[in-house]
Design a protein around this ligand. Structure first.
Ligand code: ZEM
Length: 292
């Protein structure tokens, strides 16, 4: 199976990389007052997610191993619109540390963004190998935002996640926003979209949500000031009987969310990477926890 990223051969033998130095360089690059809400963090988290969320547990193909989003057709899949900005943002880091693979770099960048924007520590292992165009995954593996709970389950069960993990992962929507020129949707999920928190869950329950009347795709707006948004898939976390209790727990208990998100996101960014390829967990310290 040419799509099977477990068959990716590495041209060179793995080299010594100072991953903390790579982490620090990414952390240093996140802030940019001219970009979006002032940080590249959210779009880097989305890059790590879309690079990993193509995994299919039944065939073993897809996942972060390969970094196949560098190539058409995967780069041009509708779900990946806008992620060229995230990839381009990491190019200078790749140039500075050429020995890191793109697939390690993209997942490490996701970890860095979550941690530096105030989220939990995320266990990360090195060892992903870069594939080539033959390893691109077919279109349609990532979730559609205008669908319901059945669709969400189909997509995430295929990756090997359960209902609790689906809810935990969805909390990443604390970060960033929708862009009309990328997905067609519009707006952020919470008032501080460059701070990782459980605000997404709190607002899901504490705000009243109504369908937005506009020319764009179907989305919800908060009644209070109409400045926030939810996708149909976000609303499913409240309307679905099995998702709701977990979402409620995270709305009330940020520590529980952080702990479960850390595990689920770590699982996500290692999906499909053969264990034999992976290093031991690499400690990646937040800037604030490093000696001055
Ligand atoms: Zn998202 N996501 N996502 N997501 N996502 C967007 C943005 C971001 C869905 C989805 O359709 C969309 C997860 C799950 C799901 C992030 C992280 C994670 C956008 C807006 C859409 C439409 C894109 C744009 O216009 O720029 C759906 C349907 C999901 C599941 C059902 C999971 C899981 C994530 C990580 C763990 C992040 C951080 C963003 C914000 C990106 C940015 O540029 O600000």
């Amino acid at each position: 199976d040419p799509n099977d990223q477990r068959t990716i051969k590495d041209a060179a033998s793995p080299k010594e990389v100072d991953y903390q130095a790579v982490y620090n360089a990414i952390a240093d690059s996140l802030e940019d007052e001219k970009y979006d809400d002032g940080s590249y963090g959210p779009v880097l988290v989305r890059l790590a997610w879309h690079a990993s969320g193509t995994y299919d547990k039944n065939t073993g193909n897809g996942g972060s191993n390969g970094a196949t989003m560098r190539f058409a057709p995967e780069a041009n899949h509708g779900a990946n619109a806008g992620l060229e900005k995230a990839r381009a943002h990491l190019e200078p880091i790749k140039k500075k540390f050429p020995e890191i693979t793109y697939s390690d770099l993209w997942t490490l960048a996701g970890v860095c963004a979550v941690q530096e924007l105030g989220g939990p520590y995320i266990p990360w292992r090195a060892g992903r190998k870069d594939g080539n165009v033959e390893n691109c995954t077919p279109d349609g593996r990532l979730p559609d935002a205008d669908k319901g709970a059945d669709h969400i389950r189909n997509i995430f069960y295929r990756m090997g996640f359960n209902d609790e993990e689906i809810v935990a992962l969805s909390g990443a929507h604390a970060l960033g926003r929708c862009h009309t020129d990328r997905s067609g949707f519009d707006g952020p999920w919470q008032y501080a979209p460059t701070t990782f928190s459980n605000e997404y869950f709190r607002l899901l329950f504490d705000e009243k949500w109504q369908e937005r009347k506009w020319k764009g795709p179907p989305q919800f707006e908060n009644k209070t000031d109409k400045s926030l948004m939810m996708l149909r898939t976000d609303m499913a976390l409240v309307t679905d009987k099995a998702f709701k209790p977990t979402a409620q727990k995270y709305a009330k208990d940020e520590n529980a969310f952080f702990s479960d998100f850390s595990k689920a996101f770590s699982k996500l960014i290692h999906l499909g990477v053969p264990t034999a390829q992976l290093s031991e967990p690499v400690p990646l310290k937040k800037i604030e926890d490093q000696a001055p």
